[in-house]
Design a protein around this ligand. Structure first.
Ligand code: SF4
Length: 336
């Protein structure tokens, strides 16, 4: 697999910062060419076809190229929590997740680090990784970068694409994501994914494992139901039968400074009912919808060895201590 160096004058994502990450410079995403991750765990909170019996093998990558003001993972997306891993360590974490019974490898928010992650996945495959690999991203990605993961010809490192479609409204994208070009970019990325990955199940659709395909996630923002309507209409017209829809209603307001306004409350019952009516209106009758929530108990804290509630997640690797076995093994800690 040929690996063009996107990092030297970085144009890996649509921000095109042109910084030299190989020389230690950082662009908008806040990361150099060194791959850093925050945690790896067996996560039971994903959609049923992705969760299996023991959970999805989630790997949370440090840094982010989008910059959503309402981000729930700000400790790792903007504040740099995490530590460097080599290609071999990354592959070892994938293998550890496989040994602990993960249903798949689920790489969360790796768009700004595709080049390093592609190398890590290649090494993991060579080391015996046989699980499906999920790419869990914002969809703020160029097709050139996505081709590092699947070029449709010579290599395929990702089996299931899990892109967000956050909004198709440029104003919403500017206000909340600091990315007015998000709508056009995300649509192009998702079309690329759908062209490359037809839906393929093990067992009955919706009742077993998703081995290949695209699942589009949309987080409903309180007060922005017109944006959700646009997204659902787009899905009905462009993606129905080519991808699955997962509608997320878990929006939780987080404390931010006054210069970054975000929706102030949770999704109301009235808004939730209106969104469900939209599914009927657009004839979308297969997919996943979350139960509404009204508290922040599920929010992660990546300073803890298990960032999530123990009912949701079993830690396998953590930035503070490496592989977690029983308690946290401090002997595996490495300074960057
Ligand atoms: S990956 Fe990071 S440095 Fe590269 S263009 Fe995107 S935000 Fe800028």
């Amino acid at each position: 697999m040929s690996m063009t160096d996107f990092y030297a004058a970085c144009r890996l994502c649509p921000r095109v910062c042109l910084v030299d990450r190989t020389a230690g410079e950082c662009g908008f995403c806040g990361e150099t060419a060194v791959l850093r991750i925050a945690s790896a765990s067996l996560h039971s909170g994903e959609e049923p076809p992705l969760t299996g019996d023991k959970g999805s093998g989630t790997i949370f990558v440090t840094g982010c190229s989008v910059g959503c003001h309402f981000c729930q993972n700000v400790q790792i997306s903007r504040k740099g929590m995490g530590r460097a891993v080599t290609v071999a360590e990354f592959a070892g974490i994938c293998i550890a997740l496989q040994r602990r019974g993960a249903a798949n490898i689920n790489i969360v928010t790796g768009s700004h680090a595709i080049q390093a992650i592609a190398e890590g996945l290649q090494a993991a495959r060579e080391a015996g990784l046989i699980l499906p690999v999920l790419w869990n991203s914002s969809a703020y990605e160029t097709t050139d970068a996505l081709k590092l993961l699947d070029d449709g010809r010579t290599h395929r490192l990702v089996d299931v694409w899990l892109p967000d479609l956050k909004t198709l409204d440029e104003g919403v994208a500017r206000r909340y994501l600091t990315a007015p070009d998000y709508p056009d970019t995300a649509v192009k990325a998702i079309r690329f994914m759908m062209d490359n990955a037809p839906l393929e199940w093990q067992g009955t659709p919706f009742k077993s494992a998703l081995l290949r395909g695209v699942m589009i996630r949309h987080l409903v923002l309180p007060g922005e139901l017109a944006s959700t309507r646009d997204v659902l209409r787009w899905f009905a017209e462009n993606a129905r039968s080519r991808a699955l829809l997962s509608l997320m209603t878990q929006y939780t307001p987080v404390a931010r400074d006054e210069t970054t306004p975000i929706p102030a409350g949770y999704l109301s019952k009235r808004e939730n009912a209106a969104v469900l009516e939209m599914l009927d209106e657009f004839g979308i009758d297969e997919g996943f919808v979350q139960e509404p929530i009204q508290d922040d108990a599920w929010l992660p804290d990546f300073d803890r060895i298990n960032p999530f509630a123990s009912s949701l997640s079993v830690p396998v690797w953590h930035w503070k201590c490496g592989i977690v076995s029983g308690g946290c093994s401090l002997s595996l800690f490495q300074n960057n």
